[in-house]
Design a protein. Structure first.
Length: 89
């Protein structure tokens, strides 16, 4: 009984929320040309760091696959591999 009431309430809230989402959001104010350049400069290092982490993770996974590791041994190997690559940086 409680679940059906909860689901009904969530459905009503979702329906009410969609009515508010239909109204367009106000457009942001115009900015100068230097603001987008500064914003893109700050975003690129974060994206590069994520890409580097992904590359390291994929390499460690490939190494674990090559060794045929599974379960806890694989998890420990990958953690050690990623920690070692972090120290190299």
């Amino acid at each position: 009984m409680k679940i059906s009431r909860t689901l009904a309430l969530l459905g009503a809230l979702a329906f009410a929320g969609s009515a508010f989402a239909a109204s367009p959001a106000p457009a942001p104010a115009a900015t100068t040309a230097t603001t987008p350049a500064a914003a893109s400069t700050t975003v690129k290092p974060a994206a590069t760091a994520t890409t580097d982490k992904q590359a390291v993770s994929k390499k460690c996974s490939a190494d674990a696959d090559a060794k045929g590791l599974h379960g806890k041994a694989r998890k420990k190997f990958r953690a050690d591999c990623k920690a070692a690559s972090k120290k190299k940086s």
